[in-house]
Design a protein around this ligand. Structure first.
Ligand SMILES: Nc1ncnc2c1ncn2[C@@H]1O[C@H](COP(=O)(O)OP(=O)(O)OP(=O)(O)O)[C@@H](O)[C@H]1O
Ligand SMILES: O=C(O)[C@H](O)CO
Length: 506
């Protein structure tokens, strides 16, 4: 098998493990008929009387279909809020297993066109709120949560209007606010976010199954944490608004809500009826890919599930890592060049502030790998692209193109580059199967990409200047380097892999 085929099968295995059906079947079981109980990752929750289900997010339709199969007749009723058009597009893609059965007890409300809250999503949120408010101490509410849940569960605190909240969210996003900042604001202005849904469902038992699309899997940030105790106060919200220069032209309604919000978050003891359980994440997907890489004969290491930062800086990190692995495979990692590359890497990692990454430890593990086996380095997270051009692309394709350019430049600079004696492939892909507004999930690159593209008359740097990575990859070698999977029905951010094997032993 070629490195490319290996890379593709690694991506598929990573995504496969966090697809709704296998993920739900691993996490959720219903046990016992007379005294049924839900078993979630080993924790038992007795079903005293009625079992209800609500959900919101891009992956929730498939999660709900799997849940209904597991819960059978025990499920009394459910409501989910999912992206506009998702049923039709899954149907068209032949992904029947992600659709509800004809006589399902779960009502589906589609909304949030373009991932923005709208009247349909508001309707969905209203129906979910009503269901939660009617529950009693004998009921159990199963909540399914995935990325995109914030836009699908809008319930602005009166007198704030949906349009006002949408405008504010849009403004924050366009000024570069991170998802954590965005969701701190959303929580403060919403009835259901920031633990609101869990509070309304009291005294029912609330069990939330969460598919994380945020680095570090923070319960109170994913989908704005509707069932999680918020660790943020109104002060934090004001700080975010001040940071993005929005404090001075807030709508009157938002000012009213902010001035009457409690200054402290709700005490954690008010959440004793709630269990929030992460059932799928980037870490889980990377672990699966690591096992798969090992089964293919690689010495595999996971760098981090929290790769973030500007795509150009992140591409330099990957290029330096590739240089180091090639030096290692050539038995030259301990030469001064190896020290220089390790120094560059440590500096880059410090600049990028990747949460939880102990790069020194990782480099130690890399040193421990012998030159015998091919090497696979896996990572995941979400990079950012500062859009300057008007081209078509996504952060994964742009990252792959930048890595291709970096490898080309390194080869051009170092005459007898260690890369020259290795076969190398890098890919970056969005686990949801869609990278930015394109039909691809991501792209592959190798050190020869820039030179081969030039032979076809394609200038990589010009495409990059215009953020036109999708157009480049579509044209280059007939689109062969695009990673195309179609919508996967799940989302745990992005995944990158570096695969390297020595061409000759020195
Ligand atoms: N031409 C482009 N080149 C590179 N990146 C782009 C381009 N156009 C949009 N993007 C990036 O694509 C991202 C938006 O796409 P997408 O909807 O896949 O991401 P998202 O909103 O983070 O959703 P998800 O987390 O579900 O993948 C943004 O990070 C944006 O900067
Ligand atoms: O819905 C949201 O808030 C984002 O996808 C992060 O979870």
């Amino acid at each position: 098998m070629s490195l490319r085929e290996h890379a593709l099968s690694l991506f598929r295995s990573a995504v496969g493990t966090v697809r709704p059906a296998p993920m739900m079947k691993r996490a959720l079981k219903l046990q016992g008929d007379r005294c049924p109980q839900l078993l979630v990752k080993g924790q038992a929750f007795p079903v005293k009387r009625d079992l209800y289900l609500v959900g919101f997010g891009k992956a929730v339709l498939g999660m709900a279909a799997a849940a209904e199969e597991i819960l059978g007749d025990h499920l009394v009723r459910g409501i989910i809020s999912v992206p506009l058009g998702i049923q039709e597009s899954l149907q068209r893609a032949g992904m029947q297993e992600m659709l509800l059965k004809p006589h399902s007890k779960i009502q589906v409300i589609e909304g949030a066109k373009n991932n923005l809250p709208d009247a349909e999503a508001l309707k969905g949120a209203g129906a979910i709120q009503q269901l939660a408010e009617g529950l009693t101490a004998d009921d159990l509410l199963l909540v399914l949560i995935s990325g995109g849940g914030s836009a699908l569960l809008p319930a602005p605190i009166p007198p704030i209007l949906l349009e006002e909240k949408e405008k504010l969210t849009k403004m924050l996003a366009s000024r570069g606010a991170a998802i954590q900042e965005l969701n701190i604001v959303r929580k403060t202005l919403s009835v259901l976010k920031g633990g609101g849904l869990a509070q309304l469902a009291y005294p029912a038992q609330v069990v939330s199954l969460i598919l994380s699309d945020v680095i570090g899997d923070p319960l109170d940030i994913i989908a704005s944490g509707p069932t999680a105790a918020s660790s943020h106060s109104v002060q934090d919200c004001l700080q975010v608004l001040a940071k993005y220069n929005l404090l001075h032209n807030l709508p009157k309604s938002v000012e009213t809500v902010l001035s009457s919000s409690p200054t402290k978050p709700t005490a954690p003891e008010n959440y004793s009826h709630v269990s929030n359980i992460i059932i799928g994440s980037n870490t889980l997907a990377l672990d699966e890919a690591k096992h798969h890489a090992e089964s293919l004969g690689y010495a595999a290491l996971v760098l981090s599930a929290g790769i973030r930062g500007e795509v150009g800086r992140v591409s330099t990190l990957y290029c330096q890592l590739i240089r180091l692995v090639c030096l290692g495979l050539a038995g030259r990692a301990e030469e001064p060049l190896g020290d220089e590359v390790r120094g560059n890497l440590l500096q880059l990692a410090a600049e990028l502030e990747i949460p939880g990454l102990d790069l020194a430890k990782f480099l130690q593990a890399l040193r421990g790998l012998g030159p015998e086996r091919p090497v696979c380095i896996l990572a995941g997270g979400e990079t950012t692209v500062q859009l300057q051009g008007s081209g078509k692309g996504g952060r994964n394709q742009e990252l792959a193109l930048r890595v291709g350019l970096g490898l080309h430049r390194a080869q051009a600079m170092e005459g007898s580059s260690p890369q020259g004696r290795c076969e190398i492939i890098f890919f970056s892909g969005g686990t949801d199967g869609q990278d930015g507004p394109t039909e691809a999930a991501g792209a592959f690159c190798s050190p020869g990409l820039v030179a081969e593209a030039l032979q076809e008359g394609l200038d990589v740097e010009a495409f990059l200047r215009n953020n036109d990575s999708y157009t480049f990859f579509s044209q280059f070698q007939g689109g062969h380097h695009l990673l195309v999977t179609g919508l996967t029905g799940t989302n745990v951010m992005d995944i990158q892999a570096i695969l390297i094997r020595a061409l000759e032993r020195s």
